[in-house]
Design a protein around this ligand. Structure first.
Ligand SMILES: [Zn+2]
Length: 480
């Protein structure tokens, strides 16, 4: 498990107009100037420290609720102060593991409900035996499977130290920028590690107040330091600012309610994902074959090219999000986006290498949130259920409104639009929609949307729902 977070951002529900404290990290400070003796003292400390952390993580993930102030429970050769730091760090790891797991469980429940609906529609069609005009044949839906999560294992060496065990002081009498004084296993004999900053780091940290907590990581045999500072970002979003809805997907990473698209999973990336998948398949076959033969050491399932591909996809996503936020048309606007995780993304990416794509796509909401925070722009996550099936004009919500992946065509009012665009309009509207927020599950949301549809019909004098024949070339301009 990777505990290093490059952008630890303080989470607080923000309101329009309020300035926000954003904690920015300064990474990649290599502790190259320390001598071997000091580094081996650090190694010795880290190995005891991480073993202790692992014990508390298991405790906080399985038996007790995470508690940063818990009394020490396990025996260790660490000092009491280091012991406290270990408990705090472990509680943090366990807390995020628990909340991620809870979110995944909720997503799984949603996926189950969606599956039930799909199954019902499938059975109805099967019983009927014939297709209605313009109706598509439904494939046999696949039930989502819940896999229990393992307790996180600290694979990378990471120490989140506070001022009680590690103190950063400016150095005036040497060529180094700072001294990091750390207590070790050897009581009463702290080590002083010299910290040399690169010109780039110096420029970033100039006139900043560095936070007293620091993070140390060991990667590829070297120790690295991460410093951080707080920045007050003024809010650029005026109350009542225009809401731009963001729909995320594969054909278009981002589609906004302002009718714009940014980035795509199609094209080159798709080809690379295809190749990567074939490679994984071959590997899996080989593994299965070797396992059968009783070979103990199996080749790993992760590949270097696969890792590179994930990195590349993330970069492309970052560029798309950046382009959306810096678009002159979105000046002064606020944003609304669907809070999706891997499980629900998977449902959305119902295609070949769905999982791989989904795990990449889950990077999108995180990136949207981070971009908003660092720019002082308000971005609100909203419930996404049925946002792709709901008609943004009359609220009629049905799977048949989607004749294909790209097209939205309302069966009642005849609205025709790009499917992602229709969804992004719905997403934009869900900001401040207290009724949708109050819904506890998908069924409740659907009932609410259909109630709104009935109200729309009353207003428009349509007592019954006349089936609208699609396949007309009539284009509605209501959305565009
Ligand atoms: Zn409609």
């Amino acid at each position: 498990m990777n505990m290093q977070s490059k952008r630890a951002v303080r989470k607080k529900q923000r309101k329009a107009g309020e300035p926000q404290v954003v904690t920015r990290a300064v990474t990649h400070i290599r502790l190259a100037e320390a001598n071997v003796g000091k580094l081996s003292a650090l190694d010795a400390l880290a190995s005891v420290y991480l073993e202790l952390c692992q014990q508390y993580i298991a405790l906080f993930c399985t038996i007790e609720q995470p508690n940063k102030l818990r009394d020490p429970l396990y025996l260790t050769s660490l000092s009491e102060r280091w012991h406290r730091v270990a408990i705090m760090q472990s509680a943090g790891v366990a807390q995020s593991w628990r909340s991620n797991r809870a979110r995944a469980e909720q997503d799984h429940q949603d996926a189950l409900e969606a599956y039930q609906e799909e199954l019902k529609a499938y059975r109805e069609q099967q019983t009927r035996g014939t297709l209605k005009d313009g109706e598509k044949a439904i494939k046999v839906p696949k039930a989502p499977v819940w896999r229990e999560w393992n307790v996180p294992i600290l694979r990378e060496w990471c120490i989140q130290a506070n001022v009680n065990v590690a103190k950063l002081e400016p150095s005036d009498d040497s060529s180094f920028s700072y001294w990091l004084t750390m207590s070790t296993l050897d009581k009463g004999h702290p080590i002083k590690i010299p910290v040399k900053l690169a010109p780039y780091h110096k420029a970033v940290l100039q006139d900043r107040k560095i936070n007293s907590s620091v993070q140390l990581n060991k990667r590829d045999g070297a120790w690295w330091l991460t410093l951080s500072y707080d920045e007050l970002v003024a809010s650029k979003t005026a109350p009542g600012a225009l809401v731009v809805g963001i729909d995320v997907g594969i054909a278009n990473f981002i589609t906004t309610s302002t009718s714009k698209h940014y980035g795509t999973m199609h094209g080159k990336i798709r080809q690379r994902h295809k190749r990567d998948r074939e490679k994984r398949r071959r590997k899996a076959k080989l593994r299965a074959c070797l396992k059968k033969k009783g070979v103990n050491k199996l080749p790993s399932t992760s590949s270097r090219s696969g890792q590179r591909l994930i990195r590349h996809t993330k970069q492309t996503i970052n560029q798309a999000v950046n382009a959306c936020f810096t678009d002159p048309d979105h000046e002064g606007a606020q944003f609304a986006y669907e809070q999706l995780s891997v499980a629900s993304m998977r449902f959305k990416a119902r295609s070949m290498n769905a999982y791989l794509r989904a795990s990449n796509l889950a990077h999108l909401p995180k990136q949207i949130q981070w971009n908003a925070q660092k720019r002082g722009v308000l971005a609100t996550p909203v419930k996404s259920a049925y946002s792709s099936q709901e008609c943004s004009v009359c609220h009629y919500t049905h799977r048949d409104n989607r004749p294909d992946q790209q097209t939205f065509c309302c069966r009642v009012c005849g609205l025709q639009a790009h499917a992602d665009h229709n969804a992004s309009v719905n997403i934009a509207r869900r900001v401040g929609d207290t009724q949708v927020r109050a819904c506890t599950d998908r069924t409740a949301i659907k009932a609410l949307l259909m109630k709104r549809h009935e109200q729309w019909k009353e207003r428009h004098g349509k007592a019954v729902t006349p089936p609208v024949k699609r396949r007309t070339s009539r284009r509605s301009s209501r959305l565009i």
